[in-house]
Design a protein around this ligand. Structure first.
Ligand code: GLC
Ligand code: CA
Length: 554
C-alpha cells in the first residue's frame, strides 16, 4: 500500500528488549518475554512499537554501539525469534520500528578492527581519520562533562579517528558511497524481516560533512532523500522517524519541501518548551514553538514526546528558561546531566502529582503529531539516581509485586528493578494498577483510545486560540468540517478561562466534552467561560451533540 500514511495517526511505544520482560530467567529481557507482553501492549491501545537497539553490541552505550548490523544480540534471542516477534505483532495489527544507529559503529565492529589494523583495507575509508590531532578536537562533544574530545588517537592505526559521541563509537564516513550503499542494505535487510521502519539515530550528524578540515559541518540533506526513496521502493509505507534536535528554520530541509525526505522527526523544540511551560505556567514560549514548527508537508508528521531514554535536553532554551526548569524539576546537581539536561523520569519530576501528570500526558496526546510513549510511563515509573548518567531512567519494567517486579525470575539481574520508596515495584506496577479503575494505567488506556478517535489532531490544521489567561493553552484543530478543542491549565490554581471556540458562527458553538458530561455553551457575547481545576484539562468537540454521533460513524 503505497499511500498508507499509518504513522500520521499512530501511538508509538518505545521499549528496550533487555529491560522489558525476561522469559528464560537469566536476568536480561528477551524476545520470548516481550512476546508474552504483546497482548498487554495491544490492550493499552498503542499501534506501533519502537525497539531500542537490538543488534549485537558490547553494550557500552545501551546498544547504541553496534558491532553487527545483520543480527540480533544473542542475549535477546535469535533472528528466528525476531521474525516470530514481527509476525506476532503483525497478527495484532502492531507495527514495529527499530533503532538504526549508523552515524557510528562500535570500536569492536569488524569494519573498524580491519580499518585500524590494515591501511590498505577497503574499510579504512569507512571511518574518519586525521594524521595529526585536529586543533578543535575538544569542540562539539555530545556528552559534555563526560566525553573529553571528538578525536582520539588509535595506537594501531597511528592516526586520530573522529567520534562525535564516546571514543568507543568511531564515526562512519557517511560521505563514502560504499558506506551509503551498506546503509541501504541494512535497511533492506530489516524491512525484509518485517519492520515498518526505523528510528534513525543522530540524523544531523549522519548527514554532516566530517573530517579534520571540517570547521563547520555542512548537512548533506539530499542523502535523506536517497534513504527515503530506497525504503519506499522496497516497502511503500515504511518510515524513518528521525532523531534530529534542530532549529525550526531547518525543519523543511529535513522533511523536504514536498515531503520527499524524512516522513517523521521528533519535535525537540516543542518538547523543551513544553517542559518550560510545565515548570512555570507561562504558555508563551510553547505557543511560539507550536507556530514555529507548524510548517510541514502534508505527508510529514512530528513525533511528540515528553521523556525518552536520554536526558531531557534543555539546550535550546535560554539560560534563564533552563534555570527555571532545573529549579522546578531537577534542582540537585545529581539530577542534571551534560550541563544541559535532566536525567529523571517524568513522574518523579512532577513529584508524583497525579493532576500534573495527567495534564502533561493529556497535552502530549493533543499536540500536533504522533505521540511517542516510553515504557513504564503508563504506570508512572520512577528512576534510580544511583545509576550513572542516563542509566537511571532505564530500569526494568515493573509488572507486579513479585520479586524483581515480575520482570525476571533471576534474583540478581544486571539491572535491578526499582524497589522501595514511592516508585518501587511494590507500589508502582502493572498488576496492581490493572485492578484499579482509577489508576494511571487505566486513565492512560482511556486517553489513548480517545486520542485514536480524534484523527483531527494528526491530520488537521491547528490554531492557537486567544484566551483570557496566559497560563492556559487553547488549541483548536480543524479537519474535514470537524473541529476539536483542547484546554490545558498549567497553573496549580483553579481559574476561569474565556475564549471564542474557533468556529465560524458569530454566536459561537457549543463545546461537547469528550471525557465527561461537563459541556460548555457560549455566552451572549459568543465567548465561552470554562472553570478549570488546578492543572485541569478539557477535550471538546466543537458543535452540537449530533456532531458527536455523526463523527463516530466515520
Ligand atoms: C542518540 C541516542 C543516545 C545515544 C547517542 C549515540 O542520541 O538517543 O542514547 O547515546 O545517539 O548513539
Ligand atoms: Ca533472558
Amino acid at each position: 500500500m503505497l499511500n498508507d500514511l499509518w504513522y500520521k495517526n499512530a501511538i508509538i511505544y518505545c521499549l528496550s528488549v533487555g529491560t522489558f520482560m525476561d522469559a528464560n530467567g537469566d536476568g536480561i529481557g528477551d524476545f520470548a518475554g516481550l512476546m508474552r507482553r504483546l497482548d498487554y501492549l495491544q490492550g493499552l491501545g498503542i499501534t506501533a512499537i519502537w525497539l531500542m537497539p537490538i543488534q549485537p553490541s558490547p553494550g557500552r552505550d545501551n546498544g547504541y554501539d553496534v558491532s553487527d548490523y545483520y543480527n540480533v544480540d544473542p542475549k535477546y534471542g535469535t533472528l528466528g525469534d525476531f521474525a516470530e516477534f514481527t509476525h506476532a505483532c503483525a497478527e495484532r495489527g502492531l507495527r514495529v520500528i527499530i533503532d538504526l544507529v549508523v552515524n557510528h559503529t562500535s570500536d569492536q565492529h569488524p569494519w573498524f578492527k580491519e580499518a585500524r589494523s590494515d591501511p590498505d583495507s577497503k574499510y579504512r575509508d569507512w571511518y574518519v581519520w586525521a594524521d595529526k590531532k585536529p586543533p578543535d578536537a575538544t569542540h562539539g562533544v555530545a556528552f559534555p562533562g563526560v566525553q573529553k574530545s571528538t578525536w582520539s588517537f588509535d595506537k594501531r592505526a597511528r592516526r586520530w579517528y573522529f567520534h562525535r559521541f564516546y571514543d568507543f563509537q568511531p564515526d562512519l564516513n557517511t560521505s563514502n558511497p560504499h558506506v551509503q550503499a551498506e546503509l541501504l542494505k541494512i535497511m533492506g535487510f530489516w524491512i525484509q524481516l518485517g519492520v515498518s521502519g526505523f528510528r534513525m539515530d543522530a540524523v544531523p550528524f549522519v548527514i554532516a560533512t566530517k573530517g579534520p578540515k571540517v570547521r563547520e559541518p555542512v548537512e548533506q540533506y539530499e542523502m535523506l532523500r536517497s534513504f527515503r526513496e530506497f525504503l519506499q521502493w522496497r516497502e511503500g509505507d515504511a518510515i524513518i522517524l528521525a532523531e534530529a534536535n534542530v532549529l525550526p528554520d531547518t525543519d523543511l530541509e529535513y522533511f523536504g519541501e514536498e515531503g520527499e525526505r524524512l516522513p517523521m522527526m521528533f519535535n525537540f523544540q516543542l518538547n523543551q518548551n513544553t517542559f518550560y511551560t510545565l515548570a512555570t505556567g507561562d504558555t508563551k514560549p510553547l505557543k511560539h514553538a507550536l507556530l514555529a514548527t507548524k510548517p510541514r508537508p502534508p505527508s510529514a508528521q512530528w513525533g511528540v514526546f515528553l521523556r525518552n531514554h536520554d536526558e531531557l535536553d534543555l539546550g535550546r532554551l535560554t539560560p534563564e528558561q533552563r534555570a527555571a526548569v532545573f529549579a522546578a524539576f531537577g534542582p540537585e546537581p545529581g539530577m542534571q546531566l551534560y550541563q544541559r539536561g535532566i536525567r529523571r523520569r517524568l513522574a518523579p519530576m512532577l513529584a508524583g502529582d497525579r493532576r500534573h501528570l495527567e495534564l502533561a500526558y493529556s497535552l502530549m496526546l493533543s499536540l500536533p503529531g504522533t505521540p511517542v510513549f516510553r515504557y513504564g510511563d503508563e504506570i508512572g515509573m520512577g528512576d534510580d539516581l544511583r545509576r550513572p548518567e542516563r542509566a537511571c531512567a532505564r530500569t526494568p519494567m515493573q509488572w507486579s509485586t513479585e520479586p524483581q517486579g515480575g520482570f525476571t525470575k533471576h534474583t540478581r539481574p544486571p539491572v535491578s528493578v526499582i524497589s522501595g520508596g514511592p516508585y518501587g515495584f511494590e507500589r508502582v506496577n502493572v498488576a496492581t494498577q490493572r485492578r484499579d479503575p482509577n489508576s494511571l494505567l487505566n486513565w492512560m488506556e482511556r486517553m489513548i483510545r480517545m486520542r485514536k478517535e480524534v484523527p483531527e489532531i494528526s491530520w488537521g490544521d491547528f490554531e492557537v486560540l486567544r484566551t483570557s489567561r496566559s497560563d492556559v493553552l487553547a488549541l483548536c484543530y480543524h479537519w474535514r468540517n470537524n473541529s476539536v478543542l483542547f484546554l490545558h491549565n498549567f497553573a496549580a490554581k483553579a481559574c476561569t478561562v474565556k475564549f471564542r471556540s474557533g468556529c465560524n458562527e458569530p454566536v459561537g458553538c457549543p463545546l461537547i466534552n469528550l471525557l465527561s458530561d461537563d459541556h460548555s455553551q457560549p455566552g451572549d457575547d459568543g465567548r465561552h467561560a470554562v472553570v478549570l481545576e488546578p492543572y485541569g484539562y478539557r477535550w471538546y468537540r466543537v458543535g452540537g451533540l449530533d456532531y458527536l454521533l455523526t463523527r463516530s460513524e466515520i
